[in-house]
Write a protein that binds this ligand. Structure first.
Ligand SMILES: Cc1cc2nc3c(=O)[nH]c(=O)nc-3n(C[C@H](O)[C@H](O)[C@H](O)COP(=O)(O)OP(=O)(O)OC[C@H]3O[C@@H](n4cnc5c(N)ncnc54)[C@H](O)[C@@H]3O)c2cc1C
Length: 342
């Protein structure tokens, strides 16, 4: 019988489990019930009380590390904690969120345990075996993997499962003793840019894409890059959306054309850019060419605003296309958002 362990960690508050961790709990519950396997949840935190309460209703065995050293994201301590939790339950299958924190240590942990690992896992199959689904080669090839070697660590791509949200239950947490490893890194604090400086927001419900049209000559014969920047930032900050871009727009900086200073190649969506996951997407001033639209593979509902009624979006790539001036539409949308907030 498989022994399934879900590894989780807390967010920057130090108390609540991350959304991706709660998604891994959902995946673990479904897998354990399908395979009639035992399920344990391992929590990495200084004090796991709060986090354990949030998953107490899962009915799983709860284990946690404890101690100041395990509060910070640091290779030596995170790897030691994950290894100890895996050994404590003799885990054969380990599910964990594909967060930057676990992506950094999971390969090292599996090396210590003599097992195997797969990353970017989207699904675990539905039959009596574990069939891990993932994409390769920039989302062009979809593969299903099964393995005999144990333990097998599967890092789940965030956004692929519903986060666990059971009623808070009474909880009994087993504290796993972890020998504190020698550390060279002392975390003295965390410095992050202000919230509105970060335009790439993987957890946002909506993706807003800016295309090259924003910095092209408009019907009055003038370029309105400054106004474009204000409208775009105004919208993504008011709506809490994530900002994507077409390649043409982010390439313009190197071509000496008008630029939007807050965009970098990190914002680029498409074949040579990112393939983010959001429930909704709105493309503006963007033509909707195939190399761009392939990056929309995981966007649920797609809408576009373009002056061109023959743009790619209008040819079946969007659910709704507004043939309109994005400057006017977004000014109106921003005004509506502001009046709702007031
Ligand atoms: C190998 C390869 C890889 C590529 N990879 C990528 C990739 O990863 N991502 C990517 O994006 N592209 C990629 N491209 C480029 C892609 O083919 C397109 O050239 C690019 O997406 C076009 O960007 P755009 O739609 O913003 O600009 P444009 O094609 O210039 O379109 C601008 C649009 O804005 C509209 N517009 C202008 N003013 C307004 C207004 N006021 N209101 C509304 N609409 C307006 C215009 O009508 C036009 O349709 C790749 C190309 C190749 C060859």
């Amino acid at each position: 019988m498989e022994s399934i362990l879900v590894l989780t960690h807390v967010d920057e508050t130090g108390a609540a489990l991350t959304r991706a961790s709660r998604e891994a709990v959902t995946a673990g519950l479904a897998l354990a019930s399908r395979m009639a396997a035992s399920l344990a949840i391992g929590i990495g935190a200084v004090d796991a009380t709060n986090a354990a309460t949030a998953v107490g209703a899962s009915g799983a065995r709860l284990l946690a590390t404890s101690g100041e050293a395990f509060g910070q994201a640091r290779y030596a301590t995170d790897a030691a904690a994950c290894e100890a939790l895996c050994r404590a339950v003799n885990a054969t299958i380990v599910l964990a969120p594909g967060s930057s924190r676990f992506m950094r240590v999971a390969a090292g942990v599996v090396q210590r345990l003599g097992g195997v690992i797969d990353t970017h896992v989207l699904s675990l199959g539905s039959g009596k075996s574990i069939d891990a689904g993932r994409w390769f080669y920039r989302q062009r090839i979809e593969a299903v993997l099964s393995r005999d070697v144990r333990p097998w660590i599967l890092l789940l791509a965030p956004g692929t499962h519903a986060p666990f949200s059971g009623e808070c239950g009474s909880t009994e947490v087993e504290i796993v003793h972890v020998e504190e490893p020698v550390t060279r890194t002392t975390v003295t604090g965390v410095r992050t840019p202000p919230k509105d400086a970060q335009t790439i927001r993987p957890d946002a419900a909506m993706l807003f894409v800016a295309g090259a049209g924003w910095t092209k000559k408009q019907p009055d014969g003038q370029v309105h890059a400054g106004e474009a920047g204000e409208l775009i930032l105004g919208f993504i900050n008011a709506a809490g959306a994530s900002l994507g871009s077409s390649k043409s727009l982010v390439d313009q900086g190197s071509d000496g054309q008008p630029v939007l200073p807050f965009l970098t190649h990190m914002n680029q969506i498409g074949q040579t850019g990112a393939t983010p996951r959001h429930a909704k997407g709105l493309a503006t001033c963007c033509h909707g060419e195939e190399p761009h639209v392939v990056g929309w593979r995981f966007i649920g509902e797609r809408r576009a605003i373009s002056l061109d009624p023959n743009c790619g979006w209008a040819r079946g790539k969007a659910d709704v296309v507004y043939v309109a001036d994005a400057f006017k539409v977004m000014a109106r949308v921003n005004a509506d958002l502001a009046s709702r907030k007031a």
